[in-house]
Design a binder for this molecule. Structure first.
Ligand SMILES: Nc1ncnc2c1ncn2[C@@H]1O[C@H](COP(=O)(O)OP(=O)(O)O)[C@@H](O)[C@H]1O
Ligand SMILES: [Mg+2]
Length: 380
């Protein structure tokens, strides 16, 4: 059997050629919804520097891209929500690149990775003598990113003390280094990302509601890969091109069989998992072997190719996400109904629903419930 690594894609797979390459995949390997859709005709690839790129073709990601375009040049915080590996950092880098700050520093800080004191000193810096071992003063990431952009990753895991300091920066553009009695001014665009429900952190008082409101000025949801299979072919091509070049391997082919297997897999690790799958393919150099691994890691919730496109219960690919989306819909309905019954009075609404006022505020925001109090009170 021939080694797929030994049969490089004949055509150069540069961004200019992505359309052609993608379109050159036999139609039979694409879900019916993709054969003629605009998504196939308009794949996007944008280089973001430092070996990052944004690649997409699905309608869902086109919406994401549109929202990025709307907000990139407005200096408000953006909250990026989505499962791990869906591309939140990619989108943060895209926002930075499209903003007037693009020639300045972009930095990511993982709020879950460091203990409180280290996170504080990492973000805000310290003066000499601030703590044992602080022999000389050090700039924090906010200072380093002056005029640039900072991505606070896993924001829901940020401990309470730095949350107060972050709020201060967001409100007044001021901070102070650890061990310093004076405040300094700083101008940093803050982007925040999380893959967990901040609502729970707010309810259990692990996250400040006022900080949430600040960060939540503009929200972008990154859909999981299983809900945007139109991106599969272009991402496969992109990762093969990228990693084959970096590993100095020939660019392997994406066979019909492989594309079908990828379309069926549910990718719980999202684009990161797909990228790792491609790396493994290039390293192993054997399609059968890599597809076996994919099969064995695949959970029961695999998709039928035809079921990908429509977000309709009958076509929904797994029961869990169907139930989740129905639950969200029901919860939203219940809140709207209760708000109407309480003539828009939030306290009464919260009592009726037996949730805290804080939780109600959050859910109104989360579901984007258009909440004109007078609208509710004028009805009924
Ligand atoms: N749309 C995309 N185009 C190209 N690469 C992507 C895209 N989305 C994710 N990736 C790649 O997948 C990996 C995970 O993306 P990342 O942005 O770190 O996800 P998250 O922050 O949501 O966990 C990265 O290597 C990234 O380059
Ligand atoms: Mg990330």
């Amino acid at each position: 059997m021939s080694d797929p690594i030994a049969s490089p894609i004949k055509k150069e797979c540069t961004s200019a050629h992505m359309v052609e390459d993608h379109a050159s995949l036999p139609n039979s390997v694409l879900p019916p919804s993709l054969e003629t859709s605009e998504a196939v005709l308009l794949p996007q690839e944008e280089e973001l520097g430092s070996n990052w790129s944004y690649v997409a073709a699905s309608p869902a990601m086109r919406d994401v891209r549109k929202r990025v375009g709307q907000v990139a040049n407005i200096d408000v915080p953006v909250l990026l929500l989505g499962e791990s590996g869906t591309g939140k950092e990619v989108i943060a880098r895209l926002i930075h690149k499209l903003s007037a700050r693009s020639h300045r520093t972009f930095m990511k800080v993982n709020c879950a990775a460091l203990p409180i004191e280290l996170l504080e000193s990492e973000l805000f810096g310290y003066e000499a003598g601030a703590f044992t071992g602080a022999n000389q003063s050090k700039q924090g990431k906010f200072e380093v990113c002056h005029k640039g952009t900072i991505l606070l990753d896993e924001i829901a895991e940020m401990p309470i003390p730095p949350q107060a300091k972050l709020l201060h920066v967001l409100q007044d553009g001021e901070f102070s280094r650890l061990g310093s009695a004076t405040t300094s001014k700083v101008d940093v665009r803050v982007l925040a990302a999380t893959n967990v429900d901040i609502g729970q952190a707010i309810e259990s008082r692990r996250f400040r509601l006022d900080l949430y409101y600040r960060l939540n000025a503009f929200t972008i949801h990154l859909p999981p890969l299983r809900d945007r299979k139109e991106d599969m072919a272009i991402l496969l091509n992109y990762f093969i091109k990228t990693w084959a070049d970096r590993y100095a391997r020939p660019r392997a082919q994406v066979s019909t069989k492989m594309l079908h297997a990828c379309l069926r897999h549910s990718w719980p690790g999202n684009v990161r998992e797909l990228e790792n799958f491609v790396k493994l393919y290039l390293v192993l150099g054997d399609e059968e072997q890599v597809l076996n691994k994919l099969g064995s890691s695949s959970n029961a919730a695999t998709l039928q190719v035809e079921e990908v496109r429509v977000p309709n219960p009958a076509d929904c690919h797994d029961l869990k996400s169907l139930v989740r989306s129905l639950k969200r819909g029901a919860e939203k309905e219940a809140i709207i109904l209760a708000l109407k019954q309480a003539k828009g009075r939030r306290k009464e609404t919260a009592q009726m629903l037996k949730i805290s006022l804080r939780a109600l505020h959050y859910k109104i925001l989360q579901y984007g419930i258009d909440y004109p109090a007078n609208h509710f009170s004028s009805e009924a």
